[in-house]
Write a protein that binds this ligand. Structure first.
Ligand code: VG1
Ligand code: CO
Length: 542
């Protein structure tokens, strides 16, 4: 039995950087999930009889939303749903499952690094058949549809038992509850030299992986402990919890502070890593050294050929615009293409599909490759382990050598959170208005060479994305970038990205905030951050 239910639009269902993210009570409004999912189905065509992959990061409301999604997929004519046991699928594992099973697409239920719980965040993202986040033309169509929707279809059937592996029927549709880990772990085993990593662990190498009570726990236990022989307990906080234990599952120096402290202590293990709510981000810390995500991207690209899956080299590297230029120097040396995209993984899909880029990354702790169409936290950890095993050196030595070869890009992001939306919009608006006048002027002793609002033309399909972040470039190659977050659920977050390139190894030993001091001051002055927001210091520095 299928019900066609009348509904009226919600006016706030505009997908952001990575899907629709709202507080749980917003999603719990009658019809809210249904409207959004129906709008997705109404915006794509050709799924009749096809497969839909569904899974989430296990946060509060995950199971309820999945049951609704299954019933709606059945009513709308999908042939099969594949769902991870317990409703779990990390974002990269969902991407892999879509690709491997030639699914029509997938629903990834996650608000990623945002906190979870009854009063916290939830999210829904649609991925297309290549396994990647829907591109802008689809997310825009979905948003348009949410504004006009007047009915949705749902099957009147019992809930599916998500905890039992196997096949069930939901009306005419088949539902397969699958092991969320196995296929993904096999993929990792195909890409990396597990024998070499296993020998490294066997000879006493120690690491800690903090799953932050989020989705990567079961993946890390299976891959690191079971398949690679790391000692039991290597994966910490490894049981996914609906509220992530009350923490933000955001693998940065603020929210993974315990790991950072451990890695800076005398008794530090050789390697520390963490991932976020949905498993697509990574934090990499060596003994006594934090590796910035931008540096990590450059290092992984420079050393990827040491892993079997990348033995033949890279076709190109892509990075989001705010990500530091460290990867550009690697691409230059390798003689391969470098692509600069707007923020958000959806912009990498075309480059990967077209074979223009092999490795992609963002300054927000996301790195990945053409093995899936999402960023992939454990993939980055495993590539690091493969490189450590192959080079037989510590993280610190590898990072220092890299800087000596390529120069060091000092880099930091300052976030101003919980800013009134109008104040934030006005700040960016005022910046845009004065862009033309900035070049040639001097701020805090720094001369501005160029300023613009980043616009991207996709080299594959020619689509244009404008207003992707204000860039102020200084003479000598330093820069600051300003943009508003598109993943938050309360107020606005202003992100300020600060970068300075230092070619001289004698200058590589500075503390990052110190090395960026004049640029940080200039950024504050150019944007009038303190005057406009009343905030003298950022909420989070990464
Ligand atoms: C942030 C990051 C961006 C990332 C996005 C989704 O977006 O800056 O690089 O792709 O989160 O990551 P924004 O618009 O808030 O700056 V995840 O791991 O939250 O899906
Ligand atoms: Co994430």
């Amino acid at each position: 039995m299928i019900s066609i239910v009348s509904t009226t639009p919600f006016n706030d269902q505009k997908p952001g950087t990575s899907g629709l993210r709202k507080k749980v009570p917003v999603f719990q409004q009658p019809g809210y999930v249904e409207n959004f999912i129906q709008s997705i189905f109404d915006s794509v065509a050709g799924y009749r009889g096809q497969t839909l992959v569904i899974g989430g990061d296990g946060r509060y409301f995950n199971r309820e939303a999945i049951q609704t999604a299954i019933k709606m997929a059945a009513a709308n004519g999908f042939g099969r749903v594949m769902v991870g046991r317990g409703g779990l699928l990390s974002t990269p594992a969902a991407s892999h499952l879509i690709r491997k099973n030639e699914a029509f697409g997938g629903l990834v239920l996650s608000a990623s690094h945002n906190p979870g719980g009854p009063a916290e965040d939830f999210g829904i993202k649609y991925n297309i058949g290549n396994g990647g986040p829907a591109p802008e033309k689809i997310t825009e169509a979905i948003y348009l549809r949410t504004q006009a929707i007047d009915r949705y279809a749902i099957a009147d059937i019992a809930d599916i038992d998500l905890d039992r592996l196997g096949t069930a029927k939901a009306g005419d549709m088949t539902v397969e509850v699958v092991d969320p880990v196995a296929d993904y772990a096999d993929l990792m085993e195909a890409l990396f030299d597990f024998d070499a990593i296993r020998s490294m662990f066997a000879s006493g190498f120690k690491m800690v992986f903090d799953a932050m009570h989020a989705v990567t726990g079961p993946y890390a236990v299976e891959i690191l402990e079971k398949r690679l022989g790391a000692e039991p307990g290597t994966a910490r906080n490894a049981v996914p919890l609906p509220d992530f234990g009350g923490h933000h599952p955001d693998p940065n120096l603020v929210h993974a502070h315990d790991l950072y402290e451990l890695m800076m202590s005398d008794g530090a293990p050789d390697f520390g890593a963490a991932s976020d709510g949905d498993g697509d981000r990574n934090l990499i810390i060596g003994k006594g050294v934090f590796v910035t995500p931008s540096d990590s991207l450059a290092l992984l690209a420079a050393n990827a050929h040491l892993a079997p899956g990348y033995r033949d080299g890279l076709k190109g590297i892509a990075r989001s615009m705010p990500t530091s230029g460290a990867a550009d120097r690697v691409a230059e040396r390798l003689g391969i293409g470098i692509y600069e995209t707007p923020t958000g993984w959806k912009f990498f899909g075309n480059l990967l599909d077209a074979g223009l880029a092999t490795i992609c990354g963002e300054e927000s702790a996301g790195t990945g490759s053409n093995h899936v169409r999402e960023k992939d936290g454990l993939w980055a950890v495993l590539l690091w382990l493969n490189i450590l095993a192959a080079r037989q050196q510590g993280v610190k030595d590898i990072v220092r050598e890299h800087w000596t070869t390529y120069g060091r890009n000092y880099y930091s992001r300052h976030d101003y959170e919980g800013v009134d939306a109008k104040v934030a919009d006005d700040l960016i608006g005022a910046l845009r208005a004065k862009l033309e006048k900035l070049p040639g002027t001097t701020v805090g002793g720094l001369k501005i060479a160029a300023a613009d609002d980043f616009s991207y033309t996709d080299p594959v399909d020619g689509s244009i994305s404008r207003n992707q972040g204000v860039r102020v470039l200084f003479e000598g190659g330093s820069r600051v970038v300003f943009r508003l977050s598109g993943t938050g659920t309360t107020g606005a977050t202003i992100r300020v990205y600060i970068e300075r390139f230092e070619p001289d190894p004698a200058g590589h030993g500075a503390e990052t905030q110190e090395a960026l001091r004049d640029l940080i001051a200039a950024a504050g002055e150019i944007a009038g951050i303190a005057e406009r927001t009343g905030m003298k210091v950022p909420s989070v520095i990464t």
